[in-house]
Write a protein of this length. Structure first.
Length: 293
Protein backbone atom coordinates (compact mmCIF):
# COMPACT_ATOMS: atom_id res chain seq x y z
CA UNK A 1 0.00 0.00 0.00
CA UNK A 2 1.43 3.38 -0.99
CA UNK A 3 1.92 6.08 1.62
CA UNK A 4 0.50 9.55 1.51
CA UNK A 5 2.50 11.92 -0.72
CA UNK A 6 3.91 9.01 -2.70
CA UNK A 7 1.41 9.18 -5.53
CA UNK A 8 2.30 9.82 -9.16
CA UNK A 9 0.51 12.19 -11.51
CA UNK A 10 -2.11 10.25 -13.44
CA UNK A 11 -0.51 11.25 -16.76
CA UNK A 12 3.15 10.96 -15.78
CA UNK A 13 3.93 8.43 -18.53
CA UNK A 14 2.68 10.94 -21.09
CA UNK A 15 5.00 13.69 -19.85
CA UNK A 16 8.39 12.02 -19.48
CA UNK A 17 11.31 13.01 -21.71
CA UNK A 18 13.51 10.04 -22.54
CA UNK A 19 16.77 8.96 -24.13
CA UNK A 20 19.91 10.97 -24.88
CA UNK A 21 18.54 12.96 -27.78
CA UNK A 22 20.44 14.35 -30.76
CA UNK A 23 22.10 17.62 -31.73
CA UNK A 24 20.97 18.96 -35.10
CA UNK A 25 21.92 21.83 -37.39
CA UNK A 26 18.40 21.93 -38.86
CA UNK A 27 15.00 20.78 -37.63
CA UNK A 28 11.33 21.52 -38.28
CA UNK A 29 9.55 21.94 -34.91
CA UNK A 30 6.17 22.12 -36.65
CA UNK A 31 6.43 18.59 -38.05
CA UNK A 32 9.30 16.98 -36.16
CA UNK A 33 11.06 16.25 -39.44
CA UNK A 34 14.82 16.28 -39.91
CA UNK A 35 17.50 14.80 -42.11
CA UNK A 36 20.15 12.48 -40.70
CA UNK A 37 22.65 14.62 -42.66
CA UNK A 38 21.86 17.41 -40.17
CA UNK A 39 23.01 15.44 -37.12
CA UNK A 40 26.01 17.42 -35.88
CA UNK A 41 27.77 14.45 -34.28
CA UNK A 42 27.27 11.23 -32.38
CA UNK A 43 27.52 11.81 -28.65
CA UNK A 44 28.32 9.96 -25.44
CA UNK A 45 26.74 10.60 -22.05
CA UNK A 46 23.79 12.62 -23.31
CA UNK A 47 23.43 16.35 -23.79
CA UNK A 48 22.96 19.16 -21.27
CA UNK A 49 20.94 22.30 -21.93
CA UNK A 50 20.86 25.27 -19.58
CA UNK A 51 19.28 28.72 -19.70
CA UNK A 52 20.33 30.81 -16.71
CA UNK A 53 18.92 34.29 -16.26
CA UNK A 54 20.79 36.94 -14.24
CA UNK A 55 18.91 39.83 -12.66
CA UNK A 56 19.47 43.38 -11.46
CA UNK A 57 17.74 45.08 -8.55
CA UNK A 58 17.11 48.63 -9.78
CA UNK A 59 16.05 49.68 -6.26
CA UNK A 60 19.20 48.30 -4.60
CA UNK A 61 20.55 51.77 -3.82
CA UNK A 62 17.22 53.20 -2.60
CA UNK A 63 17.14 53.87 1.14
CA UNK A 64 14.45 52.08 3.13
CA UNK A 65 13.57 49.80 0.19
CA UNK A 66 13.75 46.06 0.73
CA UNK A 67 16.23 44.22 -1.49
CA UNK A 68 15.09 41.89 -4.24
CA UNK A 69 11.57 43.23 -4.49
CA UNK A 70 9.54 41.93 -7.41
CA UNK A 71 8.91 45.53 -8.49
CA UNK A 72 12.62 46.24 -8.72
CA UNK A 73 13.66 43.05 -10.47
CA UNK A 74 14.97 43.41 -14.01
CA UNK A 75 16.52 40.92 -16.38
CA UNK A 76 20.18 41.74 -16.90
CA UNK A 77 21.31 38.89 -19.13
CA UNK A 78 20.60 35.27 -20.02
CA UNK A 79 23.19 32.58 -20.68
CA UNK A 80 22.00 29.67 -22.82
CA UNK A 81 24.28 26.71 -23.52
CA UNK A 82 24.16 23.24 -25.07
CA UNK A 83 27.03 20.98 -24.03
CA UNK A 84 28.03 17.37 -24.40
CA UNK A 85 30.73 15.04 -25.66
CA UNK A 86 31.16 14.13 -29.33
CA UNK A 87 32.55 10.76 -30.34
CA UNK A 88 32.56 11.43 -34.09
CA UNK A 89 34.49 14.18 -35.80
CA UNK A 90 34.63 15.80 -39.23
CA UNK A 91 35.84 19.11 -40.62
CA UNK A 92 32.51 20.82 -40.02
CA UNK A 93 32.60 19.91 -36.32
CA UNK A 94 36.25 20.94 -35.96
CA UNK A 95 35.42 24.32 -37.51
CA UNK A 96 32.42 24.72 -35.21
CA UNK A 97 34.42 23.84 -32.09
CA UNK A 98 37.22 26.27 -32.90
CA UNK A 99 34.62 28.96 -33.47
CA UNK A 100 36.55 31.31 -35.75
CA UNK A 101 37.95 29.08 -38.48
CA UNK A 102 37.68 28.21 -42.16
CA UNK A 103 37.69 24.96 -44.10
CA UNK A 104 40.14 25.09 -47.00
CA UNK A 105 38.74 25.57 -50.48
CA UNK A 106 41.63 23.82 -52.27
CA UNK A 107 42.64 21.45 -49.47
CA UNK A 108 39.30 20.64 -47.87
CA UNK A 109 41.00 18.48 -45.23
CA UNK A 110 42.51 21.62 -43.69
CA UNK A 111 40.79 23.75 -41.02
CA UNK A 112 42.53 27.08 -40.38
CA UNK A 113 41.74 29.12 -37.25
CA UNK A 114 41.16 32.88 -37.57
CA UNK A 115 41.99 35.70 -35.17
CA UNK A 116 38.65 37.43 -35.72
CA UNK A 117 35.03 36.34 -35.68
CA UNK A 118 32.68 36.54 -38.65
CA UNK A 119 28.91 36.73 -38.29
CA UNK A 120 28.80 33.51 -40.30
CA UNK A 121 30.51 31.71 -37.39
CA UNK A 122 27.24 31.90 -35.41
CA UNK A 123 24.93 28.97 -36.11
CA UNK A 124 21.52 27.70 -35.08
CA UNK A 125 21.47 24.42 -33.17
CA UNK A 126 18.64 22.15 -32.08
CA UNK A 127 18.61 19.67 -29.22
CA UNK A 128 15.80 17.15 -29.74
CA UNK A 129 14.78 14.20 -27.58
CA UNK A 130 11.78 11.89 -27.30
CA UNK A 131 8.82 12.96 -25.19
CA UNK A 132 5.80 11.14 -23.81
CA UNK A 133 4.42 7.68 -24.39
CA UNK A 134 3.85 8.11 -28.13
CA UNK A 135 7.28 8.09 -29.74
CA UNK A 136 6.63 6.45 -33.10
CA UNK A 137 8.76 7.19 -36.17
CA UNK A 138 6.19 9.45 -37.83
CA UNK A 139 4.09 11.17 -35.15
CA UNK A 140 6.33 10.75 -32.10
CA UNK A 141 6.43 13.38 -29.39
CA UNK A 142 9.56 15.43 -28.77
CA UNK A 143 11.11 18.21 -26.75
CA UNK A 144 13.19 20.61 -28.83
CA UNK A 145 15.47 23.38 -27.58
CA UNK A 146 16.53 25.72 -30.37
CA UNK A 147 19.45 28.05 -29.71
CA UNK A 148 20.06 31.05 -31.92
CA UNK A 149 23.46 32.40 -32.92
CA UNK A 150 25.29 29.52 -31.27
CA UNK A 151 29.06 29.80 -30.99
CA UNK A 152 31.56 27.41 -29.45
CA UNK A 153 32.73 28.71 -26.08
CA UNK A 154 34.32 25.48 -24.92
CA UNK A 155 37.12 25.42 -27.45
CA UNK A 156 38.61 22.46 -29.29
CA UNK A 157 39.77 19.62 -27.05
CA UNK A 158 40.33 16.11 -28.40
CA UNK A 159 40.83 13.43 -25.75
CA UNK A 160 42.04 9.97 -26.74
CA UNK A 161 42.20 6.88 -24.58
CA UNK A 162 43.61 3.38 -24.97
CA UNK A 163 40.99 0.91 -26.21
CA UNK A 164 38.26 3.56 -26.16
CA UNK A 165 36.67 6.05 -28.50
CA UNK A 166 38.17 9.50 -28.80
CA UNK A 167 36.07 12.25 -27.24
CA UNK A 168 35.58 15.95 -27.95
CA UNK A 169 33.85 17.95 -25.26
CA UNK A 170 31.77 20.78 -26.73
CA UNK A 171 29.82 23.78 -25.53
CA UNK A 172 27.75 26.05 -27.75
CA UNK A 173 26.48 29.30 -26.30
CA UNK A 174 23.54 31.27 -27.74
CA UNK A 175 23.81 35.00 -28.40
CA UNK A 176 21.40 37.88 -28.80
CA UNK A 177 21.77 40.55 -31.48
CA UNK A 178 22.12 44.29 -30.94
CA UNK A 179 19.55 44.77 -33.68
CA UNK A 180 16.91 42.64 -31.91
CA UNK A 181 17.82 43.03 -28.21
CA UNK A 182 14.40 41.92 -26.97
CA UNK A 183 14.59 38.59 -28.80
CA UNK A 184 15.79 35.90 -26.45
CA UNK A 185 18.34 33.56 -28.08
CA UNK A 186 16.45 30.34 -27.54
CA UNK A 187 13.08 28.66 -28.01
CA UNK A 188 11.61 25.53 -26.42
CA UNK A 189 9.03 23.25 -28.01
CA UNK A 190 7.14 20.54 -26.10
CA UNK A 191 5.31 18.49 -28.69
CA UNK A 192 3.01 15.65 -27.68
CA UNK A 193 2.97 12.69 -30.02
CA UNK A 194 -0.09 11.02 -31.49
CA UNK A 195 -0.86 7.39 -32.16
CA UNK A 196 0.26 5.80 -35.38
CA UNK A 197 -1.15 2.91 -37.34
CA UNK A 198 0.04 -0.27 -35.67
CA UNK A 199 0.79 1.37 -32.32
CA UNK A 200 -0.01 -0.69 -29.25
CA UNK A 201 -1.49 2.36 -27.56
CA UNK A 202 -5.18 2.90 -28.23
CA UNK A 203 -6.59 6.38 -27.70
CA UNK A 204 -10.25 7.18 -27.05
CA UNK A 205 -12.53 9.72 -25.40
CA UNK A 206 -15.08 9.27 -22.63
CA UNK A 207 -18.13 11.52 -22.41
CA UNK A 208 -21.53 11.43 -20.75
CA UNK A 209 -23.68 8.59 -22.04
CA UNK A 210 -27.38 8.53 -22.83
CA UNK A 211 -28.55 7.37 -19.40
CA UNK A 212 -27.46 8.21 -15.87
CA UNK A 213 -24.38 6.23 -14.81
CA UNK A 214 -23.30 5.54 -18.38
CA UNK A 215 -20.30 6.71 -20.38
CA UNK A 216 -19.97 6.92 -24.14
CA UNK A 217 -16.63 5.81 -25.62
CA UNK A 218 -15.69 7.32 -28.98
CA UNK A 219 -12.71 8.13 -31.18
CA UNK A 220 -10.80 4.84 -30.87
CA UNK A 221 -7.53 5.07 -32.78
CA UNK A 222 -7.34 1.29 -33.17
CA UNK A 223 -10.21 -0.96 -34.24
CA UNK A 224 -10.50 -4.76 -34.27
CA UNK A 225 -9.47 -6.62 -37.41
CA UNK A 226 -10.66 -10.10 -38.35
CA UNK A 227 -10.33 -12.42 -35.35
CA UNK A 228 -10.09 -9.49 -32.90
CA UNK A 229 -12.57 -7.83 -30.56
CA UNK A 230 -12.91 -5.16 -27.88
CA UNK A 231 -12.84 -5.70 -24.12
CA UNK A 232 -12.94 -3.16 -21.32
CA UNK A 233 -12.30 -2.83 -17.60
CA UNK A 234 -13.34 -0.15 -15.11
CA UNK A 235 -12.08 0.55 -11.60
CA UNK A 236 -9.56 2.61 -9.67
CA UNK A 237 -5.77 2.41 -9.93
CA UNK A 238 -5.89 0.28 -13.07
CA UNK A 239 -2.62 -0.56 -14.80
CA UNK A 240 -2.41 -0.49 -18.58
CA UNK A 241 -1.73 -4.02 -19.88
CA UNK A 242 1.28 -4.77 -22.06
CA UNK A 243 1.29 -6.16 -25.58
CA UNK A 244 0.45 -9.86 -25.60
CA UNK A 245 -0.89 -9.90 -22.05
CA UNK A 246 -3.92 -12.22 -21.72
CA UNK A 247 -7.03 -10.21 -20.91
CA UNK A 248 -9.56 -12.77 -19.74
CA UNK A 249 -11.57 -13.39 -16.62
CA UNK A 250 -14.23 -11.58 -14.63
CA UNK A 251 -12.30 -8.28 -14.65
CA UNK A 252 -12.76 -7.93 -18.41
CA UNK A 253 -16.03 -7.46 -20.27
CA UNK A 254 -16.70 -7.84 -23.98
CA UNK A 255 -17.76 -4.68 -25.79
CA UNK A 256 -19.16 -4.09 -29.27
CA UNK A 257 -17.49 -0.71 -29.73
CA UNK A 258 -20.81 1.15 -29.78
CA UNK A 259 -22.87 0.61 -26.62
CA UNK A 260 -22.59 2.89 -23.59
CA UNK A 261 -20.68 1.44 -20.63
CA UNK A 262 -21.85 1.53 -17.03
CA UNK A 263 -19.25 3.47 -15.02
CA UNK A 264 -18.77 6.30 -12.53
CA UNK A 265 -17.16 9.64 -13.31
CA UNK A 266 -13.55 9.64 -12.11
CA UNK A 267 -13.00 5.90 -12.51
CA UNK A 268 -10.23 4.52 -14.68
CA UNK A 269 -11.33 2.75 -17.83
CA UNK A 270 -9.20 0.55 -20.09
CA UNK A 271 -10.31 -0.25 -23.61
CA UNK A 272 -8.38 -3.04 -25.35
CA UNK A 273 -8.35 -4.89 -28.64
CA UNK A 274 -7.62 -8.59 -28.15
CA UNK A 275 -7.22 -11.70 -30.23
CA UNK A 276 -10.62 -13.19 -29.56
CA UNK A 277 -9.38 -16.78 -29.50
CA UNK A 278 -6.63 -16.24 -26.91
CA UNK A 279 -7.38 -12.94 -25.19
CA UNK A 280 -3.90 -11.62 -26.07
CA UNK A 281 -3.78 -7.81 -26.07
CA UNK A 282 -3.09 -6.22 -29.44
CA UNK A 283 -3.88 -2.63 -28.46
CA UNK A 284 -4.91 -0.96 -25.21
CA UNK A 285 -5.50 2.48 -23.78
CA UNK A 286 -6.45 3.99 -20.45
CA UNK A 287 -8.59 7.01 -19.67
CA UNK A 288 -10.72 8.65 -16.99
CA UNK A 289 -14.47 8.07 -17.09
CA UNK A 290 -16.91 10.89 -17.74
CA UNK A 291 -20.41 9.53 -17.07
CA UNK A 292 -23.87 11.08 -17.14
CA UNK A 293 -24.95 12.18 -13.67
Amino acid sequence: MSMRYEELPVDFQEKIASNAGILLSDFNPATGEFSTADIVCATSGGLAISAVTSYLDRFADVDNCIPNSKEGKQIDDIEVKISGTAVTVDNALVKALIGAADIGTVDTTKVTPRSTLDLGDYKTYYFVTAYGDKTGPTNGGFICVKILNGLSTGGFALQTEKKANSQLAFEFMAHRSIYTPDTMPYEIYVHEGTSEAGDFLLEFTSSAGTNSGNTSIKGMTETPSAGESYVYQTGYGLVLPSAGQILKGSAWSAWNGIADIVATTGMDIIIAVILTATGAARHAGKGIVVAKA
